[in-house]
Design a protein around this ligand. Sequence first.
Ligand code: ATP
Ligand code: MG
Length: 216
Amino acid sequence: MQTIAIVSQKGGTGKTTLALNLAVASERAGRPTVIIDLDPQASAKAWSKSRDGESPVVISTHASQLEEVLAAAKENGAALSIIDTAPHSERDALAAARMADLILIPCRPAILDLRAMVSTKELADLARTPALAVINAAPPRGHLADEAADAIRGYGLEVASVVIAHRAAFVHSLTVGQTVIEYERDGKAAEEVNALFKAACQHANMTAEKSKRRKA
Ligand SMILES: Nc1ncnc2c1ncn2[C@@H]1O[C@H](COP(=O)(O)OP(=O)(O)OP(=O)(O)O)[C@@H](O)[C@H]1O
Ligand SMILES: [Mg+2]
């Protein structure tokens, strides 16, 4: 089982949106997926309830239980666990980051989000887990995403080549207990999520063994 932690110290960058969308992309790709919700606001859990029990399973828990919950997910056949974390929760985010094969760090292409990347990068370094920044909610046209990616690379973080644009489908789909893949299967948002899922899997595959060796 692979584990991806979605972390950003800044609020509202798209952690929960990416966690849910990637989880459904993963299920659609035939990989049983569990979402572990570490946010006391439990947004992922609330979304799951609005789906009437459809997969993916969302488990709301505390960081202190993370190891056991991940072990149980693996035992129950999950191929992927995606951990959604709360903002400003250094200790819990660090626990998630340490248990993960890959950390995804969503970042809006805006100055306050970019500045906050410094502390999230420090957290990823502390966890000694490979991290990949994801530009989220970028204007579909223009140079803002490229400029943000350059700034993030300047902090020493790798940036996913897939950019997630600001699209209404991300908001509307969650409102009705879906993700963009279910809401607008052939839409641009679904295309971006599927591409990000592939990129994240490749990254996690490449890094899993390496990080396990380093942590041993
Ligand atoms: N790519 C996008 N396009 C349009 N809206 C988006 C996109 N990504 C996220 N949003 C919207 O931005 C808001 C914040 O997103 P989300 O809740 O996923 O962020 P978060 O990082 O989990 O927030 P928190 O730090 O509070 O947990 C939500 O209303 C969501 O619908
Ligand atoms: Mg959230």
